[in-house]
Design a protein around this ligand. Structure first.
Ligand SMILES: C[S@@+](CC[C@H](N)C(=O)[O-])C[C@H]1O[C@@H](n2cnc3c(N)ncnc32)[C@H](O)[C@@H]1O
Length: 255
């Protein structure tokens, strides 16, 4: 079973739940997409780990040293797996323009694509996030789905983040990106909001988290909210976007 722990050893279900939610979304849409772009890919091994079509091309965008380590793991897994998607590393700074390296690496703007920004937006400043999502929208000429996660601004009030906020403020550096308006963020960046889910709600729970009502409004006390945002382009209405297959009822097993 996939687990994540805080430094004090307490299990934190957030990362396994996020991983599984993104896994489900990617697998359930991999029948129509021919490209998967991982923005801030880190050590993402989905190209080898998930049952994805071998015809899919996975573009992994991150910093050079991070991609180098991931490449070694992917290469090791490939020999054991059989037919698997092509995995193309693209070293870029996602806080700046990165379109040309992606196009040079073979990205086809006219091909149906799933874009993933998992665990990335928090690492960028607000202006960089808006520019990033707009850049993606401009590259997405055919059917495209975007899935990203973002924290609500309550994160910046937590005792564990106050030190970071104070340091950033005193050194004149931008605060980590948070949003309390995920649908508006998608819309402003050229994406049609399809769905926003908070971990703990039925579609992102997997028996791991305290159940949040689907109509939860965050309550009255300042709290930490997190959003899994799904946006689309070139997929009018719900056509092609399966809204009900994002969760599985059974608890997470071995991934
Ligand atoms: C929290 S990790 C998430 C990795 C992976 N997507 C996951 O969910 O496990 C954030 C990743 O974003 C990358 N990243 C952050 N800022 C970046 C930037 N400006 N340019 C490229 N990559 C960046 C980091 O190197 C890191 O691999």
């Amino acid at each position: 079973m996939l687990t994540a722990r805080e430094p004090d050893g307490v299990a934190n279900p957030y990362l396994p739940v996020r991983t599984r939610f993104f896994d489900d979304l990617i697998v359930s849409h991999s029948s129509w997409a021919t490209q998967l772009v991982l923005l801030g890919a880190g050590h993402d091994t989905r190209a080898m780990r998930l049952p994805l079509p071998a015809a899919l091309t996975v573009f992994a965008l991150d910093q050079t040293d991070v991609l180098h380590r991931t490449e070694q793991v992917i290469a090791g897994a490939r020999s054991a797996r059989g037919p698997a998607p092509a995995w193309v590393p693209v070293a870029v700074d996602l806080g700046d323009a990165w379109e040309e390296p992606l196009l040079t690496a073979g990205f086809d703007r006219t091909a149906p694509t799933i874009w993933v920004a998992e665990g990335l937006l928090f690492h960028l400043a607000e202006a960089q996030v808006h520019a990033l999502l707009k850049r993606v929208a401009e590259l997405a000429l055919d059917r495209s789905l975007l899935v990203a996660d973002a924290f609500g601004s309550g994160l910046l009030d937590l005792p564990t983040t106050r030190g970071l906020v104070a340091h950033r403020t005193s050194t004149g550096r931008p605060l980590p990106f948070c949003t309390d308006a995920p649908e508006a963020l998608l819309r402003a960046s050229g994406w049609t909001p399809e769905r926003v889910v908070e971990p703990g709600q039925a579609a992102a729970n997997y028996g791991r988290m305290h159940q949040l009502p689907d109509d939860w409004d965050g309550g009255s006390a300042p709290t930490l909210r997190t959003y899994f945002m799904i946006g689309s382009r070139g997929m009018p209405g719900t056509a092609g976007v399966a809204r009900t297959d994002l969760s599985t009822p059974e608890p997470i097993g071995v991934l």
